[in-house]
Design a protein around this ligand. Structure first.
Ligand code: GLY
Length: 337
């Protein structure tokens, strides 16, 4: 039996622990003010450029930029940039320090895309592998497939020589439960947070690549896959146009192919930030939960322009180029448009 499916808990307690109950109890983020392109995301553009989700992405960006300015390959920049976040033991939403599922098992999702040749690789429900982004890259480069899941993905990663780590997930799960109870008490029922790193890279020569990695929603059903490893949802790269990546509640991104949508808006001429905002407006118009979906995006285009937008008030993103490395706030979305 696969480790992630081996449960000795009743159906009732099982469901009590699921992400579904978390989703049902989630409170709603407030949106921000006006929908303008901030002065920071310049029209002029910057190259090479690395853009990622959340403030923790900044360290990943800087590792990626170092590889680029040292003449390294853009895929190495994506992979090794994401390694930084996957290795961070204080990060409980990416990598093996991430939050376990309802069975107390950390199941990781990741994907990678390389603009030239429109190449993609992805893994989902991966257990015990230190760097899921590397497994995704190997799927892309060493197989004729795009996506491997579960035990098959793990066997492949091991066969490729990727580092595996035995994780004491049961203890971590109990710790997470305690932490969640405390956070819920402190925040009077506000949303359980979980984050994903989506990291986008534009090379000096205009080549575009990106990657995405997460442990997904805490307490998810074993086998649940979110948006992050789904090409077009958690990440999308089009070498003629740009790239986009997502963080938030995967169910709300993957039902709309959120990252694909943003790249298509950029193809129509929208600035990356406007494209992120327009995608959120479109999703919100169509979805019963409207602006309360917890969907957040980052994007960059071929010209080196970048932007972001999200429905989570606390969302922020990281932007790094030889000019500067900075964390920028969520510009929000004007919902009246
Ligand atoms: N966005 C990550 C997830 O929902 O799994």
């Amino acid at each position: 039996m696969l480790p992630g499916t081996h449960m000795n808990i009743s159906r009732r307690s099982f469901l009590d622990r699921t992400a579904l109950s978390l989703l049902a109890g989630a409170t709603l983020p407030q949106l921000h003010a006006a929908d303008q392109v901030r002065t920071e995301p310049s029209e002029a553009g910057e190259k090479p450029l690395v853009v990622s989700t959340w403030p923790f992405g900044k360290a990943s960006n800087e590792a990626a930029l170092k590889i680029l300015v040292g003449g390294g390959a853009i895929l190495d920049a994506v992979e090794q940039g994401i390694w930084v976040t996957e290795s961070d033991i204080n990060n409980h939403s990416v990598g093996l320090s991430g939050t376990p599922n309802a069975a107390g098992v950390v199941q990781l999702d990741a994907c990678i895309m390389y603009g030239p040749g429109h190449q993609a690789g992805s893994v989902a429900g991966l257990e015990g592998i230190r760097h899921p982004i590397s497994a995704a890259r190997r799927v892309m480069e060493k197989t004729k497939h795009v996506m491997l899941v579960g035990e098959g993905a793990r066997m492949f990663a091991l066969e490729q020589g990727l580092e595996s780590i035995e994780v004491d997930s049961r203890n971590r799960y109990l710790e997470w439960q305690k932490r969640r109870e405390k956070e819920r008490a402190q925040s009077a029922g506000k949303t359980d947070t979980h984050d994903t790193i989506a990291l986008l890279v534009l090379g000096t020569d205009g080549t575009i690549a990106g990657g995405c990695s997460t442990s997904g929603l805490g307490g998810k059903l074993p086998g649940r896959v979110g948006d992050s490893p789904i090409i077009g949802s958690g990440l999308y790269v089009d070498n003629e146009v740009g790239a986009a990546g997502a963080t938030g509640i995967g169910e709300n991104v993957m039902r709309y192919c959120g990252s694909f949508l943003i790249v298509e808006y950029m193809r129509q001429g929208l600035h990356p930030q406007k494209a992120c905002q327009e995608a959120i407006r479109r999703i919100a118009r169509q979805d019963p939960k409207g602006f309360e979906l917890s969907v957040n995006f980052v994007a960059l285009d071929k010209q080196g322009r970048f932007g972001a937008a999200g429905t989570d008030q606390g969302f922020a993103y990281s932007v790094t180029s030889p000019k500067a490395s900075r964390v920028l706030p969520n510009p929000g979305v004007d919902r009246s448009k």
